[in-house]
Unconditional design. Structure first.
Length: 418
C-alpha cells in the first residue's frame, strides 16, 4: 500500500509542476503581448503633441488645452466602456477583449497616418485609443487573477507585467521619435496588429467556465464604480488608487512634452529620448517592486514607492538641467508601480463583496476615468496659467501630483492589516 501511495504522490507533484509550467507559459505570452501593445501606444507619444502644436501654429498654451481636452474625452468614453467590457469579460472571457483593443487602435492610427494635419482625425484617434489602453489593461490583470488568484502573491505577477509595460514604453518612444509624424502612426498600427496576431495564436482563454458571471445590463452604468464605495475596505483602497492615478505616466506624458519643450527647449528627438528613459525606469521599477514586495510585503513596498514618486515629481517640477532630469528619472524608478499592491488587495476585498475579477478591474478603471475627465484639463490649464502673463512656474502640475500622492499614502495607511 505504501509502495502504491508513493508513486501517486509523485504523480500528483508532477502534475502540479506541469500545471505551474503551463500557467507560467501563458503568463509569459500575455505579458509579452502587453509589451508589444505598449510599444505601439507609446510610439506616438513624442510625435502627437508636436503634430497638434503644428496644427495650433506653435501656440503652446492652446496645445496644452487641446491635448487636455482630448484626454478628458477619452476618459468620458472610458466611463461607458469599462463597466460594459468588464461584465462582458467576466461572462465571455478575456481573449475577445484583448483582441478588440489593438485591432481598433490599428485602424484609427492608419487614419491619422493618412490625415496627419487634421485636428478632427487626431482628436478622434486620441479619444478612442486613449480609452482602449485601459480596455486592454483590465483583461490583462483579470487574466493574471484567473491564473494565480488574488492576494499578496499576485503582487510580483502584476509587477512583472508592469515591467513589460516599461519595455514597451522604452522602445516605443525611441522608434516613434526617429520616424516622426505620420510614419510613427503607421508603424504603430503595424505593432497593434502584431499584438492581435500574437494573442490570437499564443494566448488561450484563462476564465474557467465555473468562474463565469452572467451579464447584467443594470450593472453596466458609468457610475458602477460606486459599488466599491459601499464597503469601507474597498472604498479606502479605491480612493488610494484614485489619488495615486493623478501621477500615472499615461496622465502626464502630454504635460511632460510641454514642460520639456517650454523649459528645456527640447525638440521631438530629445522628448522621445526622455520618454524612452521613462520606459527604462519602468523596467527597473518592475524588477525593484517584484523583489521589494517579496521581501517586505505590499504595504511597506507601497510606502517606499509613494515616497519615491513624491520626490520624483518635486525634482521634475524644478528641473532646469539634464542632471536634474536624470535625478527625477532615478527617483521614478522607485515609484511607477506604487498602486500594484493596492490593486492586488482590491481584488481580494472586491471578491469578498461578490464582484468578479474583470468587474473589479472595470470599476477601478471607471473610477480613475472619472478623475481623468478633469485631470488633463486641470493640468493643461494649470500649465497655461502658470506660464502666462509674466508667471513662470511651469512645474505646478508636478507639485500637485506630489501632494496628492502624499494624500494617497495617508489614506492607504488606514486600511486594516488583514
Amino acid at each position: 500500500a505504501m509502495a502504491c501511495a508513493v508513486p501517486a504522490k509523485v504523480e500528483d507533484a508532477t502534475a502540479q509542476e506541469a500545471e505551474i509550467r503551463r500557467k507560467e507559459e501563458i503568463e509569459t505570452n500575455l505579458v509579452l503581448s502587453y509589451g508589444i501593445f505598449m510599444t505601439a501606444v507609446t510610439m506616438v507619444v513624442p510625435t502627437r503633441a508636436p503634430m497638434v502644436l503644428g496644427i495650433q501654429r506653435g501656440d503652446a498654451a492652446a496645445t496644452a488645452r487641446t491635448m487636455g481636452l482630448m484626454s478628458s474625452c477619452a476618459a468620458v468614453l472610458e466611463l461607458f466602456l469599462n463597466p460594459v467590457f468588464g461584465r462582458l469579460s467576466d461572462k465571455f472571457g478575456r481573449k475577445p477583449f484583448l483582441l478588440f483593443a489593438p485591432t481598433l487602435d490599428a485602424f484609427l492610427h492608419v487614419l491619422v497616418g493618412a490625415f496627419p494635419q487634421s485636428l478632427k482625425v487626431n482628436f478622434l484617434d486620441r479619444m478612442i485609443t486613449g480609452s482602449m489602453i485601459f480596455s486592454f489593461i483590465a483583461p490583462v490583470n483579470a487574466a493574471l487573477v484567473d491564473l494565480w488568484g488574488a492576494g499578496e502573491h499576485l503582487v510580483p505577477r502584476l509587477a512583472r507585467a508592469q515591467m513589460f509595460f516599461g519595455v514597451g514604453a522604452a522602445i516605443g518612444p525611441f522608434i516613434g521619435s526617429k520616424l516622426g509624424g505620420a510614419r510613427s502612426f503607421q508603424a504603430s498600427a503595424v505593432m497593434f496588429l502584431a499584438t492581435t496576431a500574437w494573442l490570437w495564436h499564443k494566448f488561450p482563454e484563462t476564465l474557467l467556465p465555473e468562474n463565469k458571471k452572467e451579464f447584467d445590463l443594470a450593472a453596466c452604468t458609468p457610475w458602477r464604480f460606486l459599488r466599491l464605495f459601499k464597503d469601507k475596505t474597498t472604498a479606502t483602497l479605491a480612493t488610494t488608487i484614485g489619488l495615486q492615478s493623478f501621477g500615472d505616466y499615461i496622465n502626464i506624458y502630454d504635460i511632460n512634452f510641454l514642460y520639456l519643450r517650454t523649459v528645456m527647449d527640447f525638440g521631438q528627438a530629445q522628448v522621445g529620448n526622455f520618454a524612452t528613459c521613462v520606459g527604462l525606469s519602468q523596467i527597473v521599477n518592475g524588477k525593484f517592486m517584484k523583489t521589494l514586495s517579496q521581501e517586505v510585503g505590499g504595504k511597506k513596498a507601497t510606502l517606499i514607492s509613494n515616497i519615491a514618486w513624491i520626490l520624483a515629481m518635486g525634482c521634475l517640477g524644478t528641473s532646469r538641467t539634464v542632471f536634474k532630469l536624470g535625478l527625477a528619472l532615478l527617483l521614478m524608478a522607485g515609484g511607477h508601480q506604487r498602486a500594484t499592491a493596492v490593486s492586488s488587495y482590491l481584488q481580494v476585498a472586491g471578491k469578498d463583496i461578490g464582484m468578479g475579477s474583470a468587474e473589479i478591474e472595470g470599476a477601478k478603471a471607471n473610477f480613475t476615468a472619472v478623475l481623468k475627465v478633469f485631470v488633463p484639463i486641470l493640468y493643461g490649464n494649470l500649465f497655461a496659467f502658470f506660464t502666462s502673463k509674466g508667471r513662470n512656474f511651469p512645474g505646478a502640475p508636478y507639485f500637485l501630483i506630489a501632494a496628492l500622492t502624499a494624500m494617497s499614502q495617508v489614506t492607504f495607511s488606514t486600511v486594516p492589516n488583514k
